[in-house]
Design a protein around this ligand. Structure first.
Ligand code: DHB
Ligand code: MG
Length: 632
């Protein structure tokens, strides 16, 4: 598979862009003319730079307002083209993109445009180059790839072909199956971009909101299925105009881009088994069935706070690692590993050193851990391993958000028995159970501009879907929240919270913990009131919630006062929708803003209580104030 990306899609100066593009594994690059014009180097130097990075220049673009012009503009357009063809010779690329004319003085007319292209084809042939015609969704006369194809067909020149761009076709909801009847060898290059569904002007949407395939809402896979059916086997090139990306990390953007192309083609191959698709074979998206454990790294001197909190949640120390200063706390199907191993050769130790106490790793339950590793690796996820000591199992693992570790656990004997082979049981009666049953979800906090990266990471590797993004208002700014969840109930659930401002509660966590990581873990109970009672006996201190919240809740849902009193007394938050009910209790925070949540889902409630989040945040912020509560 030849992969390419336009220089506009990546932040930075020309050499930074090229370096990031090459490193992420692309075979080619589209030179966006403005990036070239504003960079102070000759075309030959740029050609050399691309060669040095091992990149083919797949396309030079865009050339604007060419076809259907009245004289003298028409003659000038040909002169301009000739100049660009000369530059292309020096750049060492043979393909130029001509986007459909937007000029108000352009005349229109399919045959006029075809005649212009035929003549341009002759000029291109003299220069040993080819031109491809792309219908901009907002083109003056041509805004549909079917019309662009008709012009190319009538131009009937071997140096003139069609360029397809998923955004222009999909933004106008043009039937992608119309692509299937175009000969593959007349499609000179295919550009791919996705975008979130936003109802706005097409040009503005295209220039500011495009994103990588799989990050948005457009059916890019259907588009590519149709392209694949034509027999097209040229480069797949990303062309992403995005305001946020312009200021993002070149390396991360290039990596996301490469992952998105591999992911698209993997899906196309599964949906079109009879078409040869050149993408490395890999297992299908991995079904995650839950979280088997979460591991905290901490230090001996610091672990008491965490352990006290765990005990107040009804956890009991049930085992200790045979070789290391690592304890296992359990309750029903929940395992919390507390790692204060400071022997110096462990990743846990270095994570503690950088971030302090944090939930740096978790174990994901999958059917086949090796398959999970293979798929993640094929999608460019960093494979994680560290030195093992005698008697320790190597668990397949990758690194994800904030370099945190995701271990894959399945039922093969070595992995299923790890808690027995690596740990020795401890006889600690504990102080009582709180009725917590399993991990409902993990919540990862990231910088807002990393959210798309991690959404793509999770949805491309695992069989998950993302829920719509919700805005959570924190008095210090907006936090955007989106969940990633398995398609089956009781599978894997994770929420991502993206913070822009360090004045938000989530933003403070990022700033003080030095980066993205798990900020909270939610456990399930089957009986929230019984759990609240048990927690009180364990000296657990729930996050206190304001009285105003309960007054509003009662009014909003028409609750019985006795019911809302019971919620208030136990500091339980409540939500309800057509599917069922949701109850939440939060712990107070520890460390740099980490906390636990306990939830009960009744009926088929499938959300995360988003409307309660501002109340939770306000309560957490109140506790952050040194005096606790404002003076009256
Ligand atoms: O927004 C534009 O002008 C523009 C230019 C070139 C392209 O290939 C494209 O898809 C859009
Ligand atoms: Mg384009």
């Amino acid at each position: 598979m030849r992969t390419s990306i336009a220089t506009v899609s990546i932040s930075g100066e020309f050499p930074d862009k090229m370096a990031a593009i090459a490193k992420a594994g692309f075979s080619g690059v589209e030179i966006f003319e403005n990036d070239f014009l504003t960079y102070d180097a000759s075309p030959r130097e740029v050609a050399q730079m691309a060669r040095d990075f091992g990149l083919e220049i797949t396309l030079f673009q865009p050339f604007r307002d060419f076809e259907g012009m009245p004289e003298p503009h028409r003659a000038r357009a040909f002169e301009r083209a000739q100049r660009k063809f000369d530059i292309m010779g020096e750049l060492g690329t043979d393909l130029m993109l001509i986007c459909s004319n937007v000029s108000p003085i352009s005349l229109g007319g399919i045959d006029r445009a075809a005649a212009d292209f035929h003549e341009l084809g002759d000029l291109a042939a003299k220069h040993g180059v080819r031109v491809g015609y792309e219908a901009l969704a907002w083109g003056r006369h041509i805004n549909d790839h079917r019309d662009a194809w008709e012009i190319v067909r009538r131009a009937d020149h071997r140096n003139v072909g069609l360029i397809l761009d998923s955004f222009h076709t999909l933004s106008r909801k043009i039937d992608v199956n119309s692509i299937r009847s175009i000969p593959g060898d007349k499609i000179f290059i295919v550009q791919l971009a996705d975008a979130p569904l936003i109802d706005m002007d097409l040009l503005y949407w295209s220039r500011h909101f495009r994103n990588m395939p799989g990050e948005g809402d457009l059916p890019v896979v259907d588009f590519m299925r149709a392209v694949a059916a034509t027999g097209y086997d040229g480069p797949l090139s990303l062309e992403i105009f995005n305001d946020q990306f312009r200021g993002g990390s070149a390396r991360a953007l290039a990596e996301d881009g490469h992952r998105s192309l591999v992911y698209v083609m993997d899906q196309v191959r599964r949906l079109e088994p009879d078409i040869r698709i050149d993408v490395p074979p890999m297992p299908d998206r991995i079904q995650a069935t839950g979280v088997s454990f979460v591991e905290f790294t901490t230090a001996e001197a610091e672990k008491d706070n965490l352990v006290t909190l765990l005990k107040s949640l009804g956890f009991r120390k049930t085992a200790r690692h045979r070789n290391r200063n690592v304890d296992l706390y359990t309750q029903a199907d929940i395992r919390i590993v507390v790692n204060s191993d400071d022997s110096g050769d462990s990743f846990a130790g270095s994570s503690y050193f950088v971030h302090g106490t944090n939930a740096y790793a978790y174990g994901m339950k999958v059917e086949n851990a090796q398959d999970a590793l293979a798929r993640a690796a094929a999608l460019d996820a960093p494979v994680f391993s560290e030195p093992r000591r005698a008697g320790e199992t190597s668990v397949p693992a990758i690194q994800g958000v904030g370099n945190g570790v995701i271990y894959f656990l399945d039922d093969t004997p070595a992995l299923a028995s790890i808690w027995d082979t690596e740990f020795t049981p401890v006889d600690d009666p504990g102080e009582g159970d709180a009725g917590l049953k399993r991990i409902d979800h993990l919540a990862q906090t990231t910088h807002y501009d990393e959210m798309l990266t991690w959404l793509l990471f999770y949805t491309s590797i695992f069989e998950t879907r993302r829920t719509p993004m919700v805005d959570v208002v924190d008095p210090g700014g907006l936090v955007r929240s989106q969940a990633i969840e398995s398609l089956s109930a009781n599978g894997f659930r994770l929420t991502m919270n993206g913070a822009d401002s360090r004045k938000t509660f989530a933003g403070k966590f990022l700033a003080e913990g030095f980066g993205s990581s798990i900020q909270h873990i939610a456990f399930t109970t089957d009986d929230i009131f019984a759990t609240a009672g048990a927690l009180a006996a364990l000296d657990f201190h729930a996050l206190p919630i304001s009285r105003n919240y309960y007054d509003d809740l009662e009014a909003r849902f028409g609750l019985e006062p006795s019911f809302s009193d019971a919620l208030r007394e136990a500091s339980i938050l409540y939500d309800r929708d057509d599917n069922g009910e949701y109850f939440q209790i939060y712990s107070r925070t520890f460390g740099e803003g980490f906390f636990f949540e306990i939830v009960e889902r009744r009926g088929a409630y499938n959300g995360y209580g988003a409307m309660n989040a501002p109340f939770r945040i306000a309560a957490q912020r109140r506790l952050l104030r040194p005096e606790g509560m404002p003076k009256r």
